[in-house]
Design a protein around this ligand. Structure first.
Ligand code: FES
Ligand code: FES
Length: 207
């Protein structure tokens, strides 16, 4: 049997990936890699997504703010309760682009659990890669949706981890089998992406 897929966080350094010999890029193309593979976490490598050692020269520090898993809220509807954890959202916009009658950032509360059919709401929540969204139906909570272990390298965004890939870190993902790891070195919720990469892109575009 092959090695169990796992990602180990190196303090002030990269991610070491074991047990996986493929990554998936933004276009869905498979990239063959060796196991172990060393992925950049500081955002400064010239060989992204691989670490080239630049984090040592740049003095990268994986600054963490404690207790960032909070801000958990539940929105109770007639047939479904939607749970939301703002701290770990990587802000790809999938939910509000797909179901604006349920997820609308311009409204308060921003989630309306009665805004569409339960089936469509569940299908959208299952596309939430970070684990920020989950749901309860008939008293049963659903927050694990993925089987096949994989790591997707999102263009200008985080590493999207799916399936059973153990995270070896003092912090653990809210949903064990789908979570987003920061690859830009700027998250305040290391090792998880907190969407800060989007602000940086916006600033770069405005220059
Ligand atoms: S973590 Fe090594 S170059 Fe970014
Ligand atoms: S990839 Fe660093 S905050 Fe999202």
């Amino acid at each position: 049997m092959g090695e169990k897929p796992a990602i180990k966080t190196i303090i002030n350094g990269p991610f070491i990936v074991k047990g996986l010999t493929e990554l998936i890029d933004s276009s869905g193309t498979t990239i063959q890699v060796k196991s172990p593979t060393i992925l950049c976490r500081c955002g400064n490598s010239k060989s992204k997504p691989l670490c080239d050692g630049t984090h040592v020269m740049s003095g990268f520090k994986d600054y963490r703010i404690k207790v960032r898993d909070g801000r958990f809220k539940s929105y109770i509807g007639k047939e479904i309760t939607i749970h939301d954890n703002r701290r770990i959202c990587s802000h790809p916009g999938t939910c509000y682009l797909e179901l604006p009658t349920v997820f609308d950032m311009n409204k308060c509360p921003w989630i309306n659990p009665d805004g569409d059919t339960v089936e469509r709401i569940i299908a959208t929540i299952k596309k939430c890669h970070s684990g920020a969204l989950s749901y309860t139906v008939n008293g049963e909570n659903f927050d694990n949706f993925c089987d096949e272990p994989s790591i997707k390298v999102v263009k200008h965004g985080p590493y999207v981890v799916q399936g059973s890939v153990e995270l070896i870190d003092q912090r653990q993902p809210v949903a064990k089998e789908h979570y987003c790891l920061c690859c830009c070195g700027r998250s305040k919720n290391e090792p998880f992406c907190d969407g800060t990469h989007l602000k940086r892109q916006l600033k770069d575009k405005q220059r």
